[in-house]
Design a protein around this ligand. Structure first.
Ligand code: MEV
Length: 417
């Protein structure tokens, strides 16, 4: 079985990295060519995706190593502009391997569609909608032959009444098993498809017909154990738990803590062509599910004193539809991951979020976050200051040592050299 614990991947050159990924994921020569093409899509491809296109913009694509999730090894493509994220995820995954890696599970992928009815007597309309739910579900399912054929599709209708300043509204909700799709399109199509019948049944006026991005029916949950010796001993374990309790009890800290979780989640979502706005929106709403904004992860120690992390997060992701089957590089990223279902992808993304959170807290309770960041930041500054490759190491080291990382300092050091 393929092993993702690759030693010193970061020290390898590009060709060596290609070789490793190629043999791990059985990539074809064509896949490698796509990787080498620097990730671009053609103007025409971009022009078909959105409007008013003038160009494309690429970001770094790196590979996180060491991940073992539910007993399977993964090399994980991550697309992100921030330095240290990919190294931090790989490091956390390496530590987690000692106790078996990440154990994750995912709900079925249920999406929720909402239909808003106004100018309605909600009390008398509700039983009428419920009575017609068989007919409504049938009509909804007629809008997706693909889901119906797989035994998936619209499964349940519910009603809720909202008392607002403008009067009472009836909200009809459609619960849809979207299978391996993210499901926004099919959900919206079904909502729009049943709206006229709902108007007929209720005598009200339908306004919005749209999915809810609050994806509480497609959660990913999971856990990993981080060995106390590997992370620096009992004190570090205890300090990380203190850091977690800070986030759990203070929204100002929790937002930053969860931003760290999202560093990992969004990087994998980017590389696999997911709707990152949907993931962000639902995650932060879920962080507030108990009435105040808190941590998306939980941390405690086990009987042996090891650190145990848990994550629970909505995961509206798909492996069919969207751009995941269209964008050439995203298709290669999917191949590197080797995922067979949206649930599997959700588990991977959740695991990376947990890993990222661990690494951020570990750095924060020890040397702080800047040390790691500074080196890469200094390198970026040096590159943008025109420092040539053979002077890079010296310029970067001096700027970091001096704690003065700037374009002007890089240029001065270069002159001195
Ligand atoms: C930086 O991108 C993320 C962190 O701020 C997360 C955290 O504070 O936990 C380091």
């Amino acid at each position: 079985m393929a092993d993702s614990s690759i030693k010193k991947f970061h020290e390898k050159n590009r060709d060596e990295r290609f070789k490793i990924v190629e043999s791990f994921a059985r990539l074809s020569k064509e896949d490698i060519k796509i990787l080498q093409s620097n990730g671009g899509i053609s103007f025409d491809e971009a022009d078909h995706m959105v409007e008013n296109v003038v160009g494309t913009l690429s970001l770094p694509l790196g590979i996180a190593t060491n991940f073992k999730i539910n007993g399977k090894d993964y090399l994980i493509p991550m697309v992100i502009e921030e330095s240290s994220i990919i190294a931090a995820a790989s490091k956390a995954a390496k530590i987690a391997r000692k106790h078996g890696g990440f154990v994750m599970k995912s709900d079925e992928s249920y999406s929720i569609g909402q239909i808003q009815i106004v100018d309605v007597n909600a009390k008398s309309a509700t039983p009428k909608v419920m009575k017609a739910s068989g007919k409504l579900l049938k009509l909804a399912n007629s809008k997706s032959k693909t889901l119906s054929k797989m035994g998936k599709g619209a499964k349940k209708i519910t009603c809720k009444t909202l008392k607002t300043k403008l009067g009472t509204m009836l909200i009809v909700e459609l619960l849809i098993d979207v299978g391996d799709a993210m499901g926004a399109n099919v959900t919206n199509t079904m909502c729009e498809g049943i709206a006229p019948l709902i108007e007929e049944i209720t005598g009200g006026r339908v306004l919005l017909r749209i999915l809810s991005n609050y994806s509480t029916r497609r959660l990913v949950k999971g856990t990993a154990v981080f060995d106390k010796e590997e992370i620096g001993g009992r004190q570090v374990v205890s300090d990380i738990i203190h850091a977690y309790h800070f986030a759990e009890n203070d929204p100002y800290r929790a937002v930053t803590h969860n931003k760290g979780v999202m560093n990992g989640i969004i990087a994998v979502a980017n590389s696999t062509g997911q709707d990152t706005r949907a993931i962000e929106a639902t995650s932060h709403a879920y962080a507030s599910k108990n009435g105040n904004y808190a941590s998306l992860t939980r941390w405690k120690k086990d009987k042996q004193g090891n650190l145990v992390g848990e994550i629970e997060i909505p995961m509206p992701v798909g492996i069919v539809g969207g751009i995941s089957n269209v964008h050439p590089l995203i298709k290669v990223c999917m191949k590197i991951l080797g995922v067979k279902s949206a649930k599997e992808l959700g588990c991977i993304i959740g695991a990376v979020g947990l890993a990222q959170n661990f690494s951020a807290m570990r750095a924060l309770v020890s040397e702080g976050i800047q040390k790691g960041h500074m080196k890469l930041h200094a390198k970026n500054i040096a590159i943008s200051s025109g420092v040539p490759k053979n002077k890079m190491h010296e310029v970067v080291s001096r700027m970091v040592r001096e704690g003065n990382v700037s374009v002007s300092r890089a240029k001065e050091i270069l002159k001195e050299l």
